[in-house]
Design a binder for this molecule. Structure first.
Ligand code: HEC
Ligand code: HEC
Ligand code: HEC
Ligand code: HEC
Ligand code: HEC
Length: 203
């Protein structure tokens, strides 16, 4: 009985010790040598806080040949194209088109605004890395009207409507836009491009 409760206390202390380091160390259960059960869904949030903390066990996050490390789990086994951007990504035809695509459903493709927000921050200027406004200055996309008049002919109209919840963060009820909705939509209406929740009325 005594031994049992001491053991339980030791486990509790171990668990507490890991959690106590949460600021800078990825959660890994010392007893089982495994991450928590929900890790596949949320490991990215810890990576974004401090990428270095993953490399100590997983090796390189940029070079597949040097990936794996002492954990022998390479990021590239799942992220086959890597977690970093490909060369030439600053080109609007790459990153701009990528942002406008339907949001990535498995979290792997660089597609959709919500996906960008994971690393660039939920306001697009408070993330792990460069702010979208470092280049765009006003918004996480070209200046207004963003309607084919910008230098590279970019246009918001080819944005997949699946991105609407992200647009809604800044364009609810016509905010930041010259277009305002014509009527007030019923309470609880999900953000959409053409339902009066943002800029355009029902077609
Ligand atoms: C102390 C060493 C250590 C650190 C630090 C560490 N890992 Fe791991 N990781 C492992 C080991 C060991 C495994 C294999 C056991 C397991 O799946 O939990 C693993 C497995 C994984 C897996 C696969 C999980 C699965 O279910 O297949 C992912 C994803 C992962 N780690 C991501 C990360 C990320 C992201 C970080 C940084 C935030 C990180 N790890 C930091 C040791 C570590
Ligand atoms: C067992 C497969 C697996 C391994 C190994 C793995 N990941 Fe992931 N990763 C995923 C999945 C699945 C998602 C999408 C999670 C979600 O949003 O539900 C993801 C998402 C991410 C994201 C968020 C951005 C994005 O592309 O969706 C980052 C950053 C990330 N992983 C980094 C890493 C790093 C760094 C490693 C290696 C240390 C790693 N991953 C290893 C499966 C894996
Ligand atoms: C897994 C994390 C992650 C995700 C997801 C992500 N980025 Fe990035 N992004 C970075 C990091 C880190 C850098 C800085 C290093 C680099 O340029 O690769 C960066 C840099 C950039 C740059 C500057 C590139 C340059 O060469 O100056 C652009 C543009 C960019 N990202 C756009 C996007 C867009 C658009 C999306 C969504 C479609 C996105 N990013 C998703 C992590 C990410
Ligand atoms: C290194 C500079 C740079 C960074 C950082 C950057 N962009 Fe861009 N982006 C550009 C340029 C240049 C254009 C073209 C501008 C124009 O047409 O006026 C562009 C265009 C775009 C477009 C329009 C594409 C189209 O076809 O309509 C979108 C959307 C976009 N960027 C999203 C983002 C997002 C989201 C981020 C942050 C995750 C980001 N950008 C960060 C330089 C950058
Ligand atoms: C983080 C905030 C933010 C997000 C997210 C955002 N926007 Fe914007 N948007 C702005 C701001 C700020 C402006 C005004 C820019 C200016 O003054 O040039 C703007 C302007 C625009 C304009 C021009 C409006 C006009 O009056 O001419 C369009 C079109 C637009 N956004 C579309 C979108 C779409 C589509 C999305 C989602 C894919 C989106 N925005 C996501 C902040 C945002």
């Amino acid at each position: 009985m005594m031994v049992g409760s001491c053991f339980a206390m030791l486990l509790a202390l171990l668990a507490w010790g890991c959690a106590g380091n949460a600021g800078n160390a990825a959660p890994l259960n010392a007893a089982t040598g495994k991450h928590p059960a929900t890790w596949v869904q949320n490991h990215w949030a810890d990576y974004v806080k401090t990428p270095d903390q993953c490399r100590s066990c997983h090796g390189s996050t940029a070079d597949p040949a040097l990936a794996g490390g002492i954990s022998k789990v390479s990021c590239f086994t799942c992220h086959t194209n890597g977690v970093n951007h490909p060369a030439g990504w600053a080109d609007p035809a790459q990153h701009g088109r990528g942002a406008k695509l339907a949001p990535s459903t498995d979290g792997m493709a660089m597609a959709g605004f919500a996906h960008c927000a994971k690393c660039h921050g939920d306001t697009y200027s408070n993330g792990l890395t460069v702010s979208c406004k470092a280049c765009h200055t006003k918004a996480p996309h070209p200046d207004k009207p963003w309607y084919g008049t910008t230098p590279s002919g970019t246009n918001h109209n080819a944005t997949d409507p699946g991105n609407a919840p992200e647009c809604f963060k800044c364009h609810a009820a016509g905010a930041n836009s010259v277009l305002k909705p014509l009527t007030v939509p019923p309470a609880g209406t999900a953000p959409g491009c053409f339902n009066d929740t943002m800029c355009h009325a029902r077609f």
